[in-house]
Design a binder for this molecule. Structure first.
Ligand code: ADP
Length: 160
C-alpha cells in the first residue's frame, strides 16, 4: 500500500487542489492532505487551521478511506517521518510553481533523501484557481462557490 502526503496551506482548499488530489489517487492508494502553516503567508492565515481542516473534510467525503486530512506545525519532512510516508505530492500550474517547488523539493531531499517529491500537472480548466483568487473573491463580497469542491459550503466558514 503506497501512501503519499499532499502538504500545503489550503487557505482554503479549492477545485485546483481537488484536481491534484484526483491525479495523486491514480498513483497512490492513499493520500493524506496535510494542512500546514506557511511562514511566508503569515502564521494565522485567512481561515483558521481548524476551519481549513474542516473544509478539506467536507471536500474529501466522496473518497472514503483513501483520503485523510491532518494539520501539522513541524517541517513537512518531519511529518513524513512521523507518518512513515515516503512520497510528497505537489501541484504545478506555471513555470514559477516549478521553480519554487524545485527549491522546496531539493531542500527536503537534503533533509531526507529517502522521501521523493512527485509533481502533478494542473488541468487546463483548473490551473487558474488558487486560494489567493478565492480569498480575493470573498474579501470583495463575491461568491467563491464556483471555485470550491462540491460539498463545501464556504459561506459557513465566513465570519459575520
Ligand atoms: P503552499 O502555501 O504550500 O504553496 P497551497 O495551498 O497554496 O500551499 O498549494 C498547495 C499545492 O497545491 C502547491 O503545490 C500548489 O502548487 C498546488 N496548487 C494550488 N492550486 C493549484 C491548481 N489550481 N492546480 C494545480 N496545483 C495547484
Amino acid at each position: 500500500m503506497t501512501t503519499a502526503i499532499f502538504p500545503g496551506s489550503f487557505d482554503p482548499f479549492t477545485l485546483g487542489h481537488l484536481d491534484v488530489l484526483e491525479s495523486a489517487l491514480k498513483i497512490f492508494n492513499k493520500v493524506i492532505i496535510a494542512v500546514g502553516y506557511n511562514s511566508k503567508k503569515g502564521k494565522n492565515g485567512f481561515f483558521s487551521v481548524e476551519d481549513r481542516v474542516k473544509i478539506v473534510k467536507d471536500a474529501i467525503k466522496p473518497y472514503g478511506k483513501r483520503v485523510d486530512v491532518c494539520s501539522y506545525k513541524e517541517l513537512t519532512i518531519e511529518l513524513c517521518k512521523k507518518l512513515n510516508v515516503k512520497f510528497i505530492v505537489r501541484g504545478l500550474r506555471t513555470t514559477t510553481d516549478f521553480e519554487l517547488e524545485g527549491v522546496i523539493a531539493q531542500a527536503n531531499r537534503v533533509l531526507d533523501p529517502s522521501v521523493v517529491t512527485v509533481y502533478v500537472q494542473a488541468s487546463h480548466e483548473y490551473s487558474f484557481i488558487s486560494s489567493t483568487v478565492v480569498r480575493d473573491v470573498i474579501i470583495h463580497n463575491g461568491d467563491a462557490t464556483p471555485f470550491m469542491p462540491k460539498g463545501v459550503n464556504i459561506k459557513k466558514y465566513l465570519k459575520k
